[in-house]
Design a binder for this molecule. Structure first.
Ligand code: GYE
Length: 334
């Protein structure tokens, strides 16, 4: 297995955590504990949506980890709309939850609501995706992956895929981007381009690139249009498995063989991605781990207790090539 492990770097002392978190442990018991009459920690969680297999696994992980920790979880699904997330967060502020966690659909436009949370002294933990903000004290920490690195890993694994396929000649890449303005879409494109510009200026070219909004339907529709406008595409880089799976349907409908006529690299590593890879239709997958629940619950508790946490708590993940798919498939948990 090609592994790449990114651990707990960026050790920035979260002064914000100390400033924002209310240290109230009234009875000296851990705040997550329901036993002995202690008040259970209440966590308000605003999820992006249910756009992909990754998201389903992520939501389940958050719900089961909250249950395991004995927290009261208030969970809402924003259906990929920022305005829904903003009103969910406002609701959590009004309900005076102990901590707010959310996975921001896009990176910008959060300052106003985050200032409201700060004014109400409710600490905010980002999970999965990051934000751009003028004021770093508006959130305590991010629990999630390094998407730029995932983009770099996608380019690196494409080198191996091309080599294994014995590919000769120009590499004409179609890119299916995630949701426009979302951290994983911006950063997975950035990391990939970084390697391409550094090492493949002459032989690789992204000939078409458009968003498929991280969904199967989006991937299918956009890939069909790509194949019409650029029938000579020989590589697809999809920012997630679901768009890749949608694209496979479009490729087959166009009478081409996914994984052969068009080499495919995706990101995530959900079970359906592994199934497509074991069928030879996806050539490589860069893993992005959605099982963030347990780590998130730990961090939430620390934040509530006013403990220092790192500014970015990164996730551990791996990369997989086609010949590893069959062996890895039974071990996939999502
Ligand atoms: O890759 C995609 C999902 O933010 C890492 O969102 C997440 C991405 C994931 O819709 O499948």
């Amino acid at each position: 297995m090609l592994t790449r492990r990114n651990f707990l770097t960026a050790a920035v002392g979260a002064a914000a955590a100390a400033g924002l978190a209310a240290c109230a442990k009234e009875d000296g018991k851990p705040s997550g504990s329901t036993g002995g009459g202690g008040k259970a920690l209440t966590l308000g969680f605003s999820q992006v949506g249910s756009e992909s297999g990754w998201r389903t696994a992520n939501s389940e992980s958050v719900k089961s980890a909250a249950k395991e920790a004995g927290y009261t979880l208030k969970f809402s699904d924003a259906q990929q709309k920022q305005e829904n997330q903003i009103s969910a967060i406002r609701n959590y502020i009004a309900q005076k939850v102990d901590v707010i966690a959310f996975s921001p659909v896009v990176v910008t436009g959060w300052d106003a609501v985050l200032k409201e949370a700060k004014a109400a002294k409710i600490p905010v933990v980002l999970t999965d995706r990051s934000v751009e903000t003028s004021d770093d004290s508006l959130f305590v920490t991010l629990v999630g992956s390094d998407f730029t690195d995932e983009g770099r890993r996608a380019a690196k694994i494409l080198e191996k895929v091309l080599e294994k396929a014995g590919h000769k000649g120009p590499v004409k890449i179609a890119q299916l981007e995630g949701t426009t303005g979302a951290a994983p879409a911006i950063e997975r494109a950035k990391g990939f381009k970084e390697i391409m510009d550094a090492d493949h200026k002459d032989d690789w070219k992204i000939v078409v690139s458009q968003t498929g909004d991280f969904t199967r339907a989006g991937g299918k529709q956009v890939m069909a249009a790509f194949l019409q406008s650029n029938p000579d595409i020989n590589v697809l880089y999809a920012h997630n498995d679901d768009m890749g799976i949608g694209a496979i349907q479009a490729i087959e409908a166009a009478g081409k063989k996914p994984g052969k006529d068009i080499l495919i690299v995706t990101v995530d590593g959900v079970k359906d991605g592994f199934i497509a890879m074991s069928e030879g239709k996806i050539n490589a997958i860069v893993e992005c781990n959605p099982l963030l629940g347990p780590q998130l619950m730990d961090v939430v508790k620390k934040v509530k207790d006013g403990e220092k946490v790192e500014r970015w708590i990164k996730t551990e993940e791996s990369d997989f090539l086609q010949d590893q798919a069959k062996d890895a498939l039974p071990t996939r948990k999502y």
